[in-house]
Design a protein around this ligand. Structure first.
Ligand SMILES: [Zn+2]
Ligand SMILES: [Zn+2]
Length: 154
């Protein structure tokens, strides 16, 4: 197991929830934390399979839900109805900007956004739990937008 601290968090969670502690779950944990960028359950499953893992698709799906419940990964929805995840273990909280044409995703951090969240909750008498903030955009420079480049090249 490569991510000891994250493994401990998962093990504690599984124990607390009376869930089975199986090596497959820790294999999914390692793969999820090491995946570069955002991934769907299927993408993770395929990348694990390509590395000769024998973990089933169902286990990948179920384990990702568990990992999200213990905040080791964050679920993301970039507006295309495909649920994606990304590691949130030892990563700074960040938001996303998405080009609707080419699908490019840019991550950014802006402390004002976190503050707006707590301000609104304070004002309305709630405690913040999580939020999602996506900016849907179009690349200003069409020359560097993959969508327009693919079009002109074909
Ligand atoms: Zn991200
Ligand atoms: Zn674009």
């Amino acid at each position: 197991m490569k991510n000891d601290q994250a493994s401990d968090i998962l093990r504690e969670y599984l124990k607390r929830e009376n869930n089975r502690i199986t090596p497959e779950r820790f294999e999914v944990l390692d793969a999820a934390l090491e995946f570069d960028g955002h991934f769907s359950a299927d993408e993770l499953y395929i990348s694990m399979k390509n590395r000769n893992s024998r973990v089933s698709r169902a286990t990948v799906y179920k384990t990702l839900e568990i990992l999200a419940s213990c905040d080791l990964i964050s679920p993301r929805n970039f507006g295309d109805n495909m649920k994606r995840y990304e590691s949130s273990f030892k990563r700074q909280n960040h938001d996303h900007l998405i080009c609707m044409d080419c699908g490019r995703i840019v991550e950014f951090v802006n402390p004002k956004i976190a503050k707006i969240q707590t301000d609104i909750c304070d004002e309305l008498g709630f405690e913040p739990s999580s939020y999602s903030f996506n900016l849907f955009t179009r690349c200003k420079n069409k020359k560097t937008c993959k969508y327009y480049n693919d079009k002109t090249n074909s």
